[in-house]
Write a protein that binds this ligand. Structure first.
Ligand SMILES: [Zn+2]
Length: 303
């Protein structure tokens, strides 16, 4: 299954990449216990951990939402032809993402709203594409919703110097600034209501402007949490951060708060990068969380 309906909203999964991301559990999640990876290995392999190489598996994907007649994209992946000197796994890609979007019935001009949950390399890539040596908006009719704290954090005009190895070099210049210059960026702060079903709220920690998109339609609930977590091992130990979390203490607190809310409200949790079923319902278990039920999306690599 590639689409799930929540009340009046349809959610479709659009693939850009799935595979190993050149990092072991120890490098990607330095705080995680290797015993947890061993204990849960039977279901972490193959969708979340490659059994042979012991490399973490990740998906880069866009959640396509249709709500109140509007076409909305949540996160725009890595993009094609982008120069990423410190993130070779994402450098100068040439994927069929736009064809996959077309398979889901969406042409670039159909997109009304783009949500960048935060402004990292793998969430803004398809904001733009290369045309005659210039980066231009991929979705010419869309309003791009960007969290203002992230825009300010990475804006070179504010003197931010990216940390070596963080991989966000060139990203503001080729995937964020062209949208702002085209007048298509809406920089929001605090909270922002998209429509009667969808609301954005800041959820800082992973980055200063990381945000969560809440879907509430009828009695159905879903949370699109961006990189609040990257791997289901963080459901099991919500104190485990990725090595990319800018503010580790805030990231932990936000993760616990949002997973608690999701479990109390029976909301399906959509992290940006889960392979496998892509999303899960969680439940409180002791001081942590357990996976209650996986979503019905077909895992990548399976018919
Ligand atoms: Zn990410």
């Amino acid at each position: 299954m590639e689409s799930i309906t929540f009340g009046d909203v349809t959610v479709t999964r659009v693939w850009e990449f799935f595979g190993p991301v050149a990092m072991t559990p120890e490098t990607f999640f330095p705080e995680s216990a290797l015993s947890d990876w061993e204990e849960h290995r039977s279901w972490l392999v193959p969708h979340f951990l490659d059994g042979e190489s012991q490399i973490v598996q990740s998906a880069i994907q866009t959640w396509l939402l249709r709500s109140e007649g509007k076409t909305i994209l949540v996160d725009t992946g890595v993009g094609n032809h982008k120069d990423r000197p410190y993130a070779p796994v994402w450098s100068r890609l040439n994927t069929g993402f736009l064809a996959n979007l077309a398979d889901a019935g969406v042409r670039p001009e159909d997109v009304d709203v783009v949500v960048n949950t935060h402004l990292h390399i793998d969430h803004v890539g398809w904001n733009t594409y290369l045309q005659d040596r210039s980066w231009v908006p991929t979705f010419p009719n869309a309003t791009y919703l960007m969290p203002k704290p992230d825009f300010d954090f990475w804006n070179p005009a504010n003197g931010h110097k990216p940390l070596l190895g963080r991989g966000n070099q060139n990203v503001f210049e080729d995937s964020v600034a062209p949208i702002h210059e085209a007048g298509q960026a809406h920089l929001w702060d605090g909270t922002y209501r998209i429509d009667g079903n969808l609301r954005l709220d800041l959820a800082p920690g992973h980055t200063p402007g990381s945000s969560v998109l809440t879907l509430e339609s009828g009695s159905d609930r879903a949370l699109f949490v961006g990189d609040l977590l990257h791997n289901p091992i963080q459901f099991i130990d919500p104190d485990v951060n990725s090595c990319f979390c800018e503010d580790p203490a805030a990231a932990r607190a936000t993760r616990r708060k949002l997973l608690g809310r999701a479990s109390d409200q029976h909301a399906l949790v959509f992290p940006a990068h889960l392979g496998g079923a892509g999303a899960a319902e969680v439940t409180r278990e002791g001081g942590s969380f357990a996976i209650k039920k996986w979503a019905a999306f077909t895992p990548y690599g399976q018919a």
